[in-house]
Design a protein. Structure first.
Length: 349
């Protein structure tokens, strides 16, 4: 029989440090408080987060929920120690989905799981989450930090995020899309948070390490590939409020090929002109190094287009101006046609 210490075992001896968890909560309280918005009724520390929809200005609201993670992009962040922006990715993947339904993101919760808690690393991740919440007008009202010895190798952690938004009844998207509507593409900031299993394989084939100079721009390869997912919330909500938007597609896993049809009604497809924008250098390098066929690139990555918006033809100019004034790079990339799926014209350039 194994001897038991005279004073008995403790949770800390089993690998869970409650004091570290408490220290993390205290460190992140200012970050969470900075995301407070109208409707928040309670901050961190309770058993649940409270939100008042009426105080947020809704009279007959429909709630919309989304959840996501960061995928294997997290592996690069952990291996390089550059964890400050993966929290932005986490929020963006959720709130960019919410706006595609026509919803305003209202609040966010995070789940951080690790084998042994590093207060500094966890705080840097959660401070990134808070920054993205502020930029999206979304309150960080709660979360969970799980320290689970034996479940994760040393230094590893995983993330999940949960966002809830609202819209007035009857304002959900997509709605009213017809043949001839214009498709506007909003530029991405890089690979965003999908396709990183292939990214990592391509980097392995290249023989480069994350610390090597980026072959197509400044900084290291790791830093460049960790560029966070773009937050489209505020500009897109402004376009929605102006009445320009009929449908939205967040270009995530599946690329343009799989995501654009998700906003189209039965009997309608999309024709996309691949010559309407320049393929960013990041994707040009990935395609060349990995020997990717054009179809593989378009089905795996966003190819430089992070969001696609369906707008009436007679509003396309006004929508483009509004979005450009809000800081977006906007490209007319195609139109809605009779049919199904996506058909491409030309080649990526």
């Amino acid at each position: 029989m194994t001897d038991t210490p005279k004073n008995g075992l403790t949770y800390a001896q089993a690998g869970v440090d409650i004091d570290a968890g408490n220290a993390l909560v205290e460190r992140i309280k200012p970050a969470a408080a900075s995301t407070r918005r109208t409707g928040v009724m309670a901050g961190l520390g309770g058993f649940g987060g409270l939100f008042d929809l009426k105080a947020a200005g809704y009279s007959d609201p429909v709630l919309v929920a989304a959840t996501d993670g960061v995928g294997t992009k997290l592996r690069i962040a952990i291996d390089t120690g550059l964890v400050d922006t993966v929290g932005v990715d986490l929020v963006a993947m959720c709130v960019n989905d919410l706006i595609c339904q026509g919803a305003e993101p209202l609040f966010f919760l995070d789940y951080f799981a690790t084998g042994k808690l590093s207060v500094d690393a966890a705080a840097r991740v959660i401070e990134g989450i808070a920054r993205a919440c502020r930029d999206s007008g979304c309150a960080l009202i709660g979360g969970e930090t799980a320290e689970m010895p034996g479940m994760y190798p040393p230094g590893d952690f995983d993330l999940a995020g949960f966002a809830v938004g609202a819209m007035e009844r009857g304002e959900d998207l997509p709605r009213g899309i017809v043949e001839g509507d214009v498709l506007l593409g909003l530029a991405s900031d890089g690979v965003h948070s999908n396709g990183y299993s292939l990214v990592r394989r391509i980097v392995e084939v290249s023989g480069l390490s994350w610390d090597d100079a980026c072959p197509w721009g400044p900084g290291t390869l790791g830093e460049t590939l960790l560029t966070p997912t773009r937050l489209y919330v505020r500009p897109v909500l402004a376009a929605l409020k102006a009445g320009h938007v009929k449908g939205l597609a967040h270009i995530t896993g599946g690329g343009l090929t799989e995501n654009v049809p998700r906003m189209l009604p039965e009997g309608l497809g999309a024709e996309i002109d691949l010559g309407a924008w320049d393929l960013p250098d990041t994707f040009r390098w990935l395609a060349a190094t990995g020997g990717l066929a054009q179809g593989e690139l378009l089905k795996t990555f966003n190819a430089g287009v992070g969001m696609v918006m369906a707008v009436p033809a007679d509003r396309a100019g006004a929508a483009r101006d509004l979005l450009a004034d809000a800081g977006e790079t906007v490209m007319p990339i195609g139109r809605v046609i009779a049919g199904q799926g996506v058909s491409y014209r030309g080649t990526l350039k």
